[in-house]
Design a protein around this ligand. Sequence first.
Ligand code: SF4
Length: 822
Amino acid sequence: MKKSKETSFADYFKEDIFSSSEKPLLEWEPPAKERDWTPVIAKALLASEPEKNAYWKLLRNYFLTGKKTKQSVPVHTQPLLMAPYLRGKNLDTGYPSFANTDTGDVIPLQEHLLSTFNVVFKEHEADILRQNLPRLDVYVRQSLDANGLPTPYLESILEACEKLREFDVRGDEGIHFRDNLLKYQNALSRFQGFILSFSHRSPFELQSLHLSHRNARRQMACGSVKNIHRLLSERLAIYSADASTDKSKMLNGNFADQLISIEKLADMVPEESHSALEPARLDRMMRCLQTLEGAKDTLPSVRPKIFSTAELIQDYNLTALFPESEVIQSEHKCFVDAQTAISEILSVVSETVRAMRTAQLELTDKYDAEVQELYLDKLDFTNYTEEEFLLLQTVLVILPADMIIAEELERFSKVLSVNLPIRIVVLDGMRATESGEIYKRELSALALSHRGAYVFQGAADTPSWLAEAFREGFNQAGASLWSLMVPEISTSCNTAFLQLNAAAESRYFPRWSYSHSRGIRFGSRFDISANAQPEHLFPYYSISVFVDDKKVKEKVALTPADFFYMEMEDTEKLEIVPPDFETDELVPLDIYLDSAPEDLVGMVPYIYLLDTKNRLYKGVVSYAFVNMCMERLDNWQFIQELGGINSHHVDQAIVWARQEWQVAKEKEIKDLEETHRAEIDKIRREEAAKALERLADVLLNLDVSAPASSPKNKSATPPTSEVPTVQEAAPAPEAPTPEVSSEAWVESYKCTSCNDCTNKLPAVFKYNSDKQAFVHDPKKGTYAQIVMIAEKCPALCIHPGLPQNPDEPGLEELIKRAEVLN
Ligand code: SF4
C-alpha cells in the first residue's frame, strides 16, 4: 500500500498530526492499557482423544463440503485484521483530496496544506500557525459538500482561514499569527480546483476533472489551428497583393478581412515572396487554408463523447458528473458507436494536422513536395505531437464487466486490437460467488494480451494513483482501459472504502498498470508498486494478542478469505473450531496456500476471527474458498512476475549462476591445492638436495679442531660455552643428556624463509646470502620473545638455547618451554 501522509478524521486533534506514522495501513496495535481491545486466545479445556477424533472427522467433512458441524462455536465474528475497521477504527485515506484544475494533479488535502505552508515559511517560522494546521484541515473538511460532491477549493479555503482567524491568540503573538495567516491564505489562494471526498462516484469525479483539464488544454491546441490559419491567410494575402504590386489593394482582396495590421505583415514577408507563386504551391496553400478554415470553427465545439448503459448513466448520474461531455446511452453497441465516433473525429483531425504541418512548412518556405507529400499522407495519430494529439476529442465507453463478458467480448477485443484511441472504463463488482465463477474474468488481463493498450487495474481508494492513471491513459496514443473495482451503490462510504482497500491488499483485486510507452522491454512497462508489500505473497501485519494472560505478537496475513468474510453474515458460514478441539493440523491459510500438496495431507486451513468480546477463534475455510484463494494467489503471482518481483525465471537464473560459480570455485580451489602441493614437493626435493650437498661439504672438509659451521651458516650448529672437539666428544656417548646451546641458534638450512622471525625480531634474526635465517645477536631480544618465535617457526629450526639475562622474569617456565625446542 502506498503510504499516504493523510490521517483520518478522528485523528485531527492529535499532536503532530501531519507527521503521520509510517505504520502499515492495517497494523493494529491497541492502546496498552485498554485490555479489552487486545484479542485474547480462548483457553482450551482439552477434549479427550476420542472426542477430538470424532470432531475432526466432521471438520474434514466441512472442509470438503462446506457443511458446518453442530459443535461450531455459535458466535458472531469478523476477520481479525478487518474487525477494528469494521468497528469504526479509522483508516488512513487519501481523502479529502485537492484536485488542482490547473495542473490536473490530485493530492491529499493535508499534503497540499503542509507543502504550501513549507513553501511560504521556513522551519521555525509561524509556529502557532503550523500547530494549528490540523484545525484548518478540520475547518476545510467541515465545509465539504454533505452529499460527497466536489467542493470548490477556493471557497472552502477562504472560509476555513476566516474561521481560523477568529482563533484566540492575543498580544504580539496574535498580530504575528494573523499576519502569517494572511500570507498563507494568499499562497493557498493561488491554486484553483476542487476538494474531493470519497464516494461511489469518486472514480468518475476524478475522470471528469481530468477531462475538464484536458479540454482546457485542447482549447489551446485549437487556438494553434486558428493561429496557423491566420498566418496562412496573411501570407496568401501578401502574395496576392504582391502580384498586383499594390499593397493598398490588399485591403480589398479576398483575405483582407483576415489581416491584423499591414505593418506587422510587412515585417513577416520574406524577400523571395515577392516572386509569383507556382500554381501547385498556391493550390496546396489554398487547400490547407480551406481545411483549417473549417477546422478552426468545428474542432473547438466538439465535446467528449461518453457511451454507457441507461442503468449506469442513472446510477452514477453521469450526465451531471460530465457536464462538458455528451453522455450517450448505447446499450448493446457501445463499442461499435465508440468506434464510429472516433473514426469521424480521426478523419477531421488527420486532415487538420496534415494541413497544419503543410502550412507551417509553406510559411517557412520549407515545403518539399517530393519529401513531405508521402510522409504527410502516411501520418497518423501515433505520430502526432502532444498538441496535435489534444485535437482528438475523447471517446469514452463505460460498461460493467458482466455485460462485456456476456455480450461484448468480441467487440471489446477488436477495439483493443485495432488500438484506436478509445478510452474504456470497466466496472467490476466486489464479490465472487460461492462457485467462484466471477473471479476468473479479469478484463484487464485480457486487455494486456493485446499489448498496445494502456491498462490499469485499481479503485478509487487511492485517489492520487487513480488520477495519475487517468492522465496516463488519456495521453496514450492508442486504446486505454481502466478496470475499476466498485462497491455496491447501497454500501456506506466507510464500508465501501474498506472493501476496496481490503480487496486490493488481500490480493483479490491487486493494483497494477501497464503502459506500452514506459519502455522497450516488456517488463519495464509494468508498475505494481501500489500494492502492500508487493514482494510477498500476502501482506503481513503484526498483532498483539493475549495468550494465557501474556501479551505476544502474532504475524497475521491478509488473505482473500479475510476480504470475503468481512461482513458478519459471511463468517457465519465458516466453521469456528471450539478451542478444545484445536490441534496442530490446523494451519494458517497463508501457509496452507504456500505449501506443497504432499505437506498438506490431513491439514485444514483457518483464518483468525474475532468475536464481539475480543476473543480470538480459528475459522476453517472450506475447500471451495481455498480453491478461490489459490486462484487469486496464482493471479497475484502472475502480476508479480510481470512486475519483475519473485520472478521464477530470475530465481532460476540465480540458482544456475550460483551453481556455476560454485563449480568454478571448487575447481579453482582444487587447482590451487595441486599447485601448492607440487611446489611443496619441489621445495622439499630442493631442500633435501641442498642438505645432502652441505652434509657432503661438511664431511669432505671435516676439521675436527673447529666447530662444524660454515661462514655462510653461522648458526648452523649450536654455540656452546665450551665447544667440544671430536676427540673430546668421543667418550660422550655415555652421557645421553643432549647438550643445550648457551645461545639461541638456527638450523639455517631448514629455514623456509617465511620472514616471521626476521620481521618480528630483526635485531636478533637476519638472513644469510641464501635467504635463510641465522641468529645475528641473541642479546637483542628477550628470552621470552625468542622462545615464542621459536615455537611459531614453521620449520621448527630455531633453538632458543639458554637465557642471556639471568634476571629476566619467568625464566623457569620459559626454559621449560624451550626444552622441547633445543
Ligand atoms: S621463523 Fe623459522 S622458517 Fe621462518 S625465517 Fe625464521 S627461521 Fe626461517
